[in-house]
Design a protein around this ligand. Structure first.
Ligand SMILES: *Cc1c(COP(=O)(O)O)cnc(C)c1O
Ligand code: SF4
Length: 335
């Protein structure tokens, strides 16, 4: 797991916030006035996949509520350690799909670049929780071969920066990468998949907006919010700055038991997102990664929730329910 390096006082505010993120389960429990009896299990589960939650995100959680939907996404639980048949370490076949170091080219016209293993938050359900980022991401030294791969395939029109969270990179490093991508003539679009505008809205600062202003590529930012309470005034302000900078904003969520497995919650999420100028894009069925079985919502329940959503919302606010299946040419739509 990648650790956050010592951060100087001159570092941008978001980097200082990231360095102060909560990583000690005891501190999280104390902060939220939760039962210390949760601690031993939290420590065990965190030894497998460390806790990390920015303080601003924790501040949106309800004190004294162990079932808070935001808390559930980050609190390590004993349930993660229970064996669950069918839950594996690489559920989406990323290991096999690498076209070059750090490049996943599974779908026509789009190539995904894993630019970092680091995230501002550790989501307990994440399908990459078991992925060997340290070896698999296109580190600085490997950008050459990843860029050469993109440059060598003229069918690629869109480059997707992913990770980890690509906005964990400094503006300087992102700027170098974007300048290189700008020079690949067949690339038209830049898509960034990041949870940071939601969990660390400080990331959306002048430096980042400047990068979007400089690139010739049409920019899409796919954020990741699962519950309407994730979006507070600080997040709304960050999203407004991005939208005003001409960045197209989409959201993807994961359907999670105990977090957003109700039509009313998802309908409210769509409303809140749209008020923040974000369109719902995908609602993913959980990828069956070890340690996440307690989050699963089965397909028939998921379809029933979707049916209710379609009855409540205009079509453009209904996300597409999809499942990722290794070896398929696209995400698979589900009822
Ligand atoms: C999900 C994914 C994409 C993007 O798929 P869209 O349907 O365009 O959002 C691209 N590449 C990989 C490897 C993916 O997993
Ligand atoms: S931010 Fe995204 S990649 Fe990072 S842990 Fe959460 S779901 Fe996984």
């Amino acid at each position: 797991m990648i650790t956050v390096k010592a951060i100087s006082r001159q570092a941008p505010r978001w980097q200082r916030e990231l360095a102060r993120a909560i990583s000690d389960p005891a501190e999280l429990l104390r902060e939220l006035e939760l039962d210390p009896a949760l601690l031993p299990a939290a420590r065990l589960a965190a030894a497998r996949f460390p806790l990390r939650a920015p303080r601003g995100f924790v501040a949106r959680m309800r004190k004294g509520d162990p079932h808070d939907p935001l808390l559930r996404q980050v609190l390590p639980l004993a349930a993660e350690l229970a064996p669950a048949p069918g839950f594996v370490t690489d559920p989406v076949g990323d290991g096999a799909a690498q076209a070059a170091p750090g490049v996943l080219h599974k779908y026509h016209g789009r190539a995904l670049l894993i630019v970092t293993g680091a995230c501002a938050v550790h989501c307990r359900y994440c399908f990459r929780r078991e992925f060997p980022y340290a070896e698999a991401h296109a580190g600085v030294g490997q950008w050459r071969s990843a860029l050469a791969y993109l440059a060598g395939d003229a069918s690629i029109r869109e480059v997707i920066l992913s990770g980890g969270d690509p906005l964990s990179l400094s503006d300087q490093r992102l700027g170098l990468l974007l300048a290189e991508l700008d020079r690949v003539p067949h690339l038209k679009r830049l898509r960034i998949h990041s949870r940071q505008p939601i969990v660390l809205p400080e990331r959306v600062d002048d430096g980042l907006l400047d990068l979007f202003a400089r690139t010739r590529l049409q920019s899409v930012l796919v954020v990741h919010a699962n519950h309407p309470r994730e979006i507070d005034d600080t997040v709304r302000a960050a999203l407004a700055r991005l939208a005003n900078a001409g960045v197209t904003l989409l959201n993807q969520s994961v359907l999670l038991r105990g977090v957003n497995d109700a039509a009313a919650t998802l309908a409210e999420l769509s409303e809140v997102l749209f008020a923040g100028r974000v369109l719902p894009y995908y609602l993913h069925l959980l990828d069956r990664v070890c340690g996440a079985a307690h989050f699963e919502v089965n397909e028939s329940e998921a379809s029933a929730i979707m049916e209710q959503l379609r009855q409540r919302l205009p079509g453009y606010l209904v996300p597409r329910l999809v499942r990722e299946q290794p070896g398929q040419p696209a995400k698979i739509p589900v009822g």
